[in-house]
Design a protein around this ligand. Structure first.
Ligand code: HAM
Length: 425
């Protein structure tokens, strides 16, 4: 057995295709970004929830997106012959949790979550097989107040991260508007509307000739009806959407626009749908996608509860922050490296370190048998800003020399003053 193992190729250090390892600096950056978002959302009264990535497969099979269910889920049978899916999105879980405690939960509720999601996609810029997705949802408000709030929240999040109005654009449309325009132009059943919607969803990736060919000869294009409504219902739905957009303009939100080509891939949307895009063409994929879904909670029995929300993926978000030069500065590593002149100083250095930690200073104590020169080099390599050697001499005199590694400057200070001198670093 042991001999066989020795002959094997060494195991790969690469992660599974399309997923990421987060080394500490990467994880710290992502965590800092999400913490800024948490703070922004909590100021608006949103509460964080979570759930397991494992769900019953049937949760996704009735009402989400055919493409996701048939081609993109990781589904398997567990040892008890239950079909299990690694969640490809959070919305069905959110609806399940809301439905599960509908009587106890105070409505309306405002929740957010940052789950990792799994989709079997072709990995490419902005698309991976596992991503973290901020989900922000409101349950229990059926009117445009929630539509307005959720879109404003999307813009507030980007602003909290340092983005300017001109860095992004929110494109809004409406499912009932599209359905009415389809009905008015001869798409008279759900299947025909769905086929057209799918085509419209892909329009931006096609030439006009390709789009018209796919539409079919002599087929009317519902987009034209949306542009210049002739039908009463289309006009009514368009007016509703326009008054929402007008309300944004009145609040000075100029980067929220009507775009009838926004369709979204999920079948559960029943009202407005929207996506947020980077205005820099380096990131052409949607950062946020969301909309109103008033029928999903009702699938679990009982009265339906109207919901609206969005998902925003970390992959496209981090590309956005990088493109605009607003990635967060991270300071989570140790602030000070306590060196030991000799190995016998380790315990004295630890008690000095304990004093620093008690004052909130992130402190690392040398645990190697290297000389002080090598310890200083080690501290530099770890990007730790300060180095203090602490041995018998420092312990008995009560003063230390604090070295600033970036400049090489040294200062002699009393042990009591170290914490005060360092806070703010
Ligand atoms: P979605 O459009 O599928 O919506 O995803 C929302 C966002 O998640 C996308 O705009 C993108 O930033 C990110 N995303 C999606 N798939 C991937 C991927 N494979 N790799 C990297 N990022 C990705 C939903 O999932 C809806 N459930 C959102 C929602 C919440 N609607 C209402 N509430």
């Amino acid at each position: 057995m042991i001999e066989d193992q020795d002959k094997r190729e060494p195991l790969s250090t690469e992660p599974y295709k399309g997923v990421r390892d987060f080394y500490p600096a990467d994880w710290a950056r992502l965590t800092a970004t999400f913490n800024t978002i948490r703070t922004a959302l909590e100021l608006w009264g949103y509460e964080e929830y979570n759930a397991s990535p494992l769900e019953r497969a049937e949760l996704y099979e009735s009402k989400t997106s055919e493409e996701i269910v048939n081609e993109q889920t990781y589904t398997f049978e567990d040892r008890g012959q239950r079909r299990v899916t690694l969640r490809p999105e959070m919305t069905p879980t959110f609806a399940r949790m809301v439905a599960g405690k509908r009587r106890e939960l105070p409505m309306p509720l405002r929740w957010y979550s940052i789950p990792n999601l799994f989709r079997y996609e072709r990995p490419q810029r902005g698309r991976l097989r596992e991503h973290y997705q901020l989900n922000v949802d409101i349950a229990g408000i059926a009117d445009a107040k929630a539509d307005g709030e959720i879109i404003v929240i999307a813009t507030e999040i980007l602003k909290a991260l340092g983005a300017k109005t001109e860095d992004f654009i929110v494109r809004v449309s409406s499912r009932p508007l599209l359905a009415a325009a389809c009905a008015a132009t001869g798409y008279d059943n759900e299947e025909a509307i769905r086929t057209y919607s799918r085509l419209l969803d892909k329009k931006s990736k096609m030439t006009l000739a390709e789009f018209e060919a796919a539409l079919g000869p002599g087929r009317a294009d519902p987009l034209k009806e949306i542009e210049n409504p002739t039908d009463e219902k289309v006009r009514e739905e368009k007016d509703k959407l326009m008054s929402l957009l007008e309300a944004f303009r009145a609040r000075g939100l100029t980067n929220i626009v009507f775009d009838p080509e926004i369709v979204r891939g999920f079948d559960y949307y029943t009202g407005i749908v929207f996506e947020v895009y980077d205005t820099n063409p380096a990131n052409p994929r949607a950062m946020f996608g969301g909309g109103r879904y008033d029928g999903l909670v009702g699938m679990f029995g009982g009265d339906p509860i109207p919901c609206i929300g969005f998902g925003m993926g970390d992959v496209v978000l981090m590309d956005f922050l990088e493109t605009h030069g607003i990635l967060p500065e991270i300071q989570t590593g140790p602030q000070v490296y306590v060196g030991t002149p000799s190995e016998s100083d380790f315990f004295a250095a630890q008690s000095f370190a304990a004093q620093l930690r008690a004052n909130g200073i992130r402190t690392l104590v040398n645990s190697s048998s290297k000389g002080l020169g090598d310890q200083i080099r080690d501290a530099s390599r770890r990007n730790i800003p300060y180095f203090i050697a602490f041995g018998e001499q420092e312990a008995s005199f009560g003063t230390i020399r604090m070295k600033t590694l970036a400049t090489g400057d040294e200062q002699e200070i009393s042990v009591e003053d170290v914490a005060a001198r360092m806070s703010g670093s």
